[in-house]
Design a protein around this ligand. Structure first.
Ligand SMILES: [Zn+2]
Length: 536
């Protein structure tokens, strides 16, 4: 069978890993100049794929802003192929919304330069999420390329297939069955070249559904292979039955899309039969994993809904501030970074980015809460407590709030002037200088008290409710009661001495003991793979 071998020049850019982002940026400045020069000066060198992520451009242009026009010209000529992602995201550890935003901001970045690559290109992500076709289709992307997680155990031994999400979204997949680096530094020595290519061709030919196969020519942070034409000439001599040429991924898809009988596969890809998927990284550096989940939740479930509420009241929705938060997080969402399979130095950088993203988030949340509270048509001198519900349905739940005051006692009054019952669960003395430096400046050192209170009320969907806080003669509060047992129509839950719980399942008529017991054990493996200690 005749074979057309598409050699696609690219670089895979791990922004940080066992080296820092600062170290890789120095390489990038050097590598980019060589790539741009090759594309500009060699007519026969048609394309270069910039790893499907725009952060590479951002990093480069922050050092060489004068090169922007050059890059724009090459993108518009279709030679330098950029996007669609912002970073080479992990798919299994980060939240779904983060993956959506990664595409959103990556595609937005591309607008400054030209057309993005319309391929869900994830050459190194450690396993593929079942919802990826749905996310890609949401942006009009119908093609995907990846490597890790697939084997014939999913239902086909072919390297091209349609991948379908539960909602029916569908992308055409071109796999890298041997990874994205098989074409790195191809040798011009004929014997060595033949030895390498024979191994590749047997696998690539076996999986191919058409006459067209792919050799990605590039590797991690490696410079462009300048003598690729010598290599192609040698290949042509060694394998006369094949045609070799420089190409781009789209050209292979155009051929595949003519095929009518491609396999159809559903679900996630996490099979480690032929390549590592690094499942153990899910639990490496729990402080970093927990920081990510916490900030993702704050941004999507608190900040952005609050900003939406504020915008209905006429306040600006600060898109650019949100983008800065997301981009700081998405630098951490790169597969090695959030995988936490990096050096300690890099993990410190990751925590630093999360600290920055969280500070920006917290301050913007406070800003919007103040704006909304100040906009209420009441006397501004009234002390208000405002409770927000940023979920799209009404909630009637216990509410925890903080009230910081100098009063020894206060009461809460709702919008109808009715008192609201609450219980005080904590009181902390707060230095007045931390509340208002002006007060201390004028010699008033009386401390404030920060009360943590609990009460219950209905709060409308995507809305808020305001209460007036008034000074009182004495605090009328309920006494907190310790809960020893929770009963629902389905479960009875009791708390054990050591903090674990016992759950009685009324349907199964069965008790599960010591639920939520955390086991703390040593790990004799590395950051990728857990290994128990020998003899344990
Ligand atoms: Zn990588």
């Amino acid at each position: 069978m005749k074979r057309y071998v598409h050699i696609v020049p690219h670089v895979h850019w791990d922004r940080e890993w066992y080296f820092s982002a600062e170290e890789s940026r120095i390489l990038l400045v050097n590598d980019m100049e060589e790539i741009l020069e090759m594309l500009e000066t060699n007519r026969d060198y048609p394309y270069f794929v910039l790893d499907g992520q725009t952060v590479v451009l951002e990093d480069y242009l922050s050092v060489k802003p004068e090169q922007k026009e050059r890059i724009r010209r090459l993108v518009q000529e279709g030679k330098l192929i950029i996007g669609p992602w912002y970073t080479q995201t992990d798919e299994m550890v980060v939240g779904g919304e983060s993956i959506v935003r990664n595409l959103l901001y990556g595609l937005k970045d591309c607008q400054e330069f030209g057309e993005p690559m319309q391929i869900g290109y994830l050459p190194d992500s450690f396993g593929q999420s079942a919802q990826m076709p749905q996310i890609l289709n949401g942006f009009g992307i119908k093609r995907a390329i990846f490597w890790r997680g697939v084997s014939e155990r999913h239902g086909t031994d072919k390297t091209e297939f349609y991948w379908v999400s539960d909602d029916g979204s569908k992308v055409l997949v071109q796999l890298f069955p041997l990874g994205y680096a098989i074409g790195k530094y191809l040798p011009t020595d004929e014997a060595k070249l033949k030895e390498r290519m024979d191994k590749y061709f047997s696998v690539l030919d076996r999986g191919a559904t058409t006459e067209h196969i792919l050799i990605p020519n590039g590797h991690d942070q490696m410079p462009i292979q300048k003598n690729i034409f010598d290599v192609i000439n040698k290949l042509q001599t060694l394998y006369p039955e094949r045609t070799f040429f420089l190409s781009r991924y789209e050209h292979v898809f155009e051929q595949l899309e003519k095929e009518e009988q491609l396999p159809v596969i559903r679900g996630e890809f996490l099979d480690g039969k032929y390549m590592r998927v690094h499942r153990s990284i899910y639990s490496t550096r729990m402080d970093i994993k927990a920081a990510n989940a916490r900030i993702e939740n704050k941004v999507t479930n608190v900040l952005e809904p609050l900003a939406a509420i504020a915008s209905t009241l006429g306040f600006p929705y600060e898109h650019r501030l949100m983008e800065l938060i997301w981009k700081e997080m998405m630098k951490n969402h790169a597969h090695d970074s959030i995988g936490c399979c990096c050096s300690d130095l890099v993990h410190r950088d990751i925590l630093g980015r999360f600290a920055l993203a969280e500070e920006r988030t917290d301050r913007l949340i406070t800003f919007y809460m103040r704006k909304i509270a100040d906009a209420m048509p009441s006397d501004r001198s009234i002390d208000k407590l405002v409770v927000y519900n940023t979920l799209p349905y009404e909630r009637n739940e216990p509410i925890e709030a903080e009230i910081t005051t100098k009063w020894k006692a206060f009461r809460l009054v709702d919008e109808h002037g009715e008192p609201v019952e609450f219980e005080v669960v904590d009181e902390t003395i707060v230095d007045p200088g931390l509340i208002d430096r002006q007060i201390v400046h004028y010699g008033n050192y009386d401390p404030f008290i920060r009360y943590t209170i609990h009460f219950r009320d209905r709060i409308p969907a995507m809305g808020y409710k305001a209460y007036v806080v008034q000074e009182a003669e004495q605090m009328k509060t309920q006494t907190p009661t310790a809960v020893e047992q929770i009963d629902t129509p389905f479960y009875t839950i009791t708390v054990n001495e050591n903090g674990t719980i016992n759950v009685y399942d009324k349907q199964l008529q069965r008790t599960f003991r010591d639920v939520l017991l955390l086991e703390d054990v040593g790990d004799d493996g590395d950051e990728y793979d857990f290994s128990p200690f020998a003899g344990r």
